[in-house]
Design a protein around this ligand. Structure first.
Ligand SMILES: [Zn+2]
Length: 226
């Protein structure tokens, strides 16, 4: 913000209160100006903050919390808003100014613990510009890469990160191999040979029996007994 010239001898509290936004100052005027308790509050806060910090506090909170209010709302709530623009925040850390550290080194570890924190190694920090949008963008991109590596690539517009669904590995049911046919033993081969020979012997014997029977019949016919 632009810091107007503070005239010599001007009370710091007065200079701080000159940073009150125009619409609010206008609303307060209808009630007789800035309430006395707000003056005392500024004096008290000046023990812990510089006048510049208090002016920045007014501006920051106004645009964050109240700048959207209408004129009548400002008239109705003016005193309370003036107080809220300057009251100390709830954080117990003396270095904390509305969640940010006064030395601009980052968010307050006391009251903004749950906010996003970039986990950077000491190496990342070295030579790194403290508050540089392109550097922050690099870190964000690196974090996204990390998420993509862990959870997969987004595949639709539905969600930023599609979690890979890991399917449990189920092995195929175990099947026994068909048993190898047993090779015939020498003994089995010999037995088969013997069986075969027996069959051959049988066949030849039957053939011979038939031939003898036919020869007898022929003999009988010749002897005229038929
Ligand atoms: Zn804090």
């Amino acid at each position: 913000m632009t810091v107007p010239f503070q005239s010599p001898g001007q009370l710091p509290a007065v200079w701080v209160l000159q940073a009150m936004p125009g619409p609010l100052t206008e609303a307060l005027r209808q009630h007789g100006g800035v309430p006395n308790n707000v003056f005392r509050l500024v004096d008290q806060q000046l023990q812990y903050r510089t006048a510049v910090e208090l002016r920045e506090r007014i501006e920051r909170r106004w645009y964050k919390l109240f700048s959207n209010l209408t004129g009548p709302e400002l008239v109705q709530r003016g005193d309370q808003i003036a107080w809220d623009l300057l009251a100390p925040n709830d954080c117990s850390s003396p270095a904390c100014e509305d969640g940010w550290l006064r030395d601009d080194s980052g968010s307050c570890p006391q009251c903004r613990k749950t906010s996003s924190v970039f986990h950077m190694t000491g190496e990342d920090h070295r030579d790194a510009p403290r508050a540089n949008p392109s550097y922050a963008a690099q870190i964000v991109e690196a974090n996204h890469d990390d998420l993509r590596r862990k959870y997969g690539t987004p595949r639709g517009g539905q969600s930023r990160h599609v979690v890979k669904h890991f399917v449990e590995y189920t092995p195929e049911p175990y099947t026994m191999r068909e048993p190898e046919p047993d090779l015939p033993t020498e003994e089995q081969i010999e037995r088969a040979r013997r069986t075969e020979r027996a069959h051959e012997v049988q066949r030849l014997a039957e053939e011979r029996a038939k031939a003898e029977k036919a020869a007898r019949a022929k003999q009988n016919r010749r002897e005229g007994r038929s």
